[in-house]
Design a protein around this ligand. Structure first.
Ligand code: NI
Length: 179
């Protein structure tokens, strides 16, 4: 079922999510299925449970091709329960980021360039992998949602935050996000 995505300003997006206690819970399966349906319907590259009003440490992300980020390389489709993050470098890189909870907007956000992350997968096994570039960015963005942090809070230069059609008037993205 496609769920409503909470929009920036909703206090539920600012809460720290709680751990998933039972990964075999049937309700959890249904939530994950709804999250994929909701993410795909919105052309998202990731979605965290708090964005649909579920205050659990649960996230999904990944794509082969995505119209909202046409220039980015694929990211493996991943479901993570109670994820963890280890930053492997002090080096950060700024790039444009959006969020389904702030539709039509983009901001220039610094993120660690190299991370290790992991968590429990749907089948109960543990995942751990390293990531860099956009893959690392997507994970850090979703992980922030679990701690009640939205990307605009991380923008250093607020002149680099705005509506897509105003920031990138010539881009196909402007047409895509305008509807
Ligand atoms: Ni987001």
């Amino acid at each position: 079922m496609i769920r409503e995505i909470l929009k920036m300003g909703d206090p539920r997006l600012l809460q720290v999510a709680g751990p998933v206690e039972n990964i075999h819970d049937l309700t959890l399966r249904a939530i994950i299925a709804d999250m994929y349906e909701t993410m795909h319907a919105a052309n998202g590259v990731g979605l965290a449970a708090p964005q649909i009003g579920v205050g659990l440490r649960l996230m999904i992300f990944g794509f082969n091709e995505n119209p909202r980020y046409p220039n980015e390389k694929p990211v493996p489709v991943t479901t993570l329960i109670n994820p963890w993050l280890e930053v492997l470098t002090e080096e950060t890189e700024e790039d444009w980021e959006g969020c389904l909870s702030a539709p039509g907007m983009r901001g220039l956000v610094p993120r660690a360039t190299r991370i290790r992350y992991g968590g429990t997968m749907e089948d109960g096994s543990e995942l751990a992998r390293e990531a860099n570039g956009f893959h690392a960015r997507v994970f850090q963005h979703e992980f922030d949602h679990l701690n009640g942090v939205l990307y605009p809070q991380r923008i250093k230069d607020m002149t680099k935050f705005g509506f897509i059609e105003a920031l990138f008037p010539e881009s196909e993205l402007a047409a895509l996000e305008a509807d």
